[in-house]
Write a protein that binds this ligand. Structure first.
Ligand SMILES: Nc1ncnc2c1ncn2[C@@H]1O[C@H](COP(=O)(O)OP(=O)(O)O)[C@@H](O)[C@H]1O
Ligand SMILES: [Mg+2]
Length: 260
């Protein structure tokens, strides 16, 4: 079984703050991981490493059998679909939804190259349609609703037909209907035979689609626990992760938790 992502003793330090502390984690091709943790736990930092957007301060990261630090990240990035608000800050205000998706083919935000293949535009348009946002293709990204933006970001992450898909809080800011439709579409996407290996970051258990197989629980930059979701996601592990007494509920493959 080949590892899509392999981290060994990884730490990230910024000034005196340790954002990640001795993280060891392996993701195999046929697994679908949820990463859970409170605000500030280090989830986005971990995903920036996994998406080859950042290097660790110490430790080794290898992605798709390439070791970070020895590989040209610009060749690696198209193989990784990354949807995160961490990327949205660099989008020019007038960038249209369609261009947001098309430019992913080049691993950049901002449409700086004029020579795009018509095929790329057609694929981007099909992805927008598949995610229910085909009608806003020519609108500036900045003017879209939160739900529309999230869908455009996922379409963008899928543009290069990646081998690893990372969705960092795709449901943040969505209303109830938007969240449920996102969970359903994500589930359909990742259970299709050609689906990439997927990592989903959230702090809401309700956003976990039923098909996810593994969970990593993060607290203050450290791994609380990681493994198959059935055994690892428990009231005890959630209580440790969020530092609140929580009771886990599971119904029809979906999860929720409440304070005691
Ligand atoms: N460049 C930085 N310098 C110092 N602290 C940072 C920096 N980037 C993030 N942090 C801090 O690191 C912690 C983890 O951030 P992040 O990975 O975004 O967490 P999460 O995604 O789980 O909310 C937070 O406390 C955040 O404020
Ligand atoms: Mg985050």
């Amino acid at each position: 079984m080949s590892a899509v992502l392999d981290m060994r003793g990884v730490s990230v330090r910024r000034g005196r703050k340790l954002l990640l502390d001795d993280v060891t984690w392996t993701v195999h091709e046929d697994q679908r991981w949820v990463v859970l943790g409170a605000n500030g736990a280090g989830k986005t930092t971990l995903m920036q490493l996994a998406a080859a957007r950042m290097h660790p301060t110490t430790g080794q990261v290898s992605i798709l059998d390439e070791a970070l630090g020895t590989v040209d990240v610009f060749e690696l990035r198209p193989l990784i679909g990354f949807s995160s608000n961490a990327l949205v800050g660099s989008v020019p205000p007038q960038e249209t939804a369609l261009n947001m998706v098309v430019t992913a083919a080049y691993g950049v935000t901002g449409r700086w190259r004029e020579e795009y293949e018509r095929m790329d535009e057609r694929r981007a348009f099909e992805l927008l349609n598949a995610w229910g946002v085909g009608t806003v293709f020519d609108r500036p990204f900045a003017t879209l609703s939160e739900g529309e933006r999230k869908r455009v970001q996922i379409a963008r992450a899928l543009m290069t037909d990646p081998e690893l898909l990372i969705l960092d809080e795709p449901g943040a800011g969505l209303d109830l209907g938007g969240r449920e439709s996102l969970v359903r579409r994500t589930d359909e996407l990742i259970t299709s035979p050609t689906a990439p290996t997927t990592i989903l970051v959230t702090h809401h258990l309700e956003e976990i689609p039923p098909s996810f197989t593994h969970v990593l629980l993060l607290r203050d930059g450290r791994v609380v626990d990681a493994g198959p979701i059935e055994q690892t996601l428990t009231s005890e592990s959630l209580t440790k992760t969020f530092d609140v007494e929580l009771t886990l509920h599971r119904r029809n493959g979906r999860y929720s938790a409440f304070a005691d």
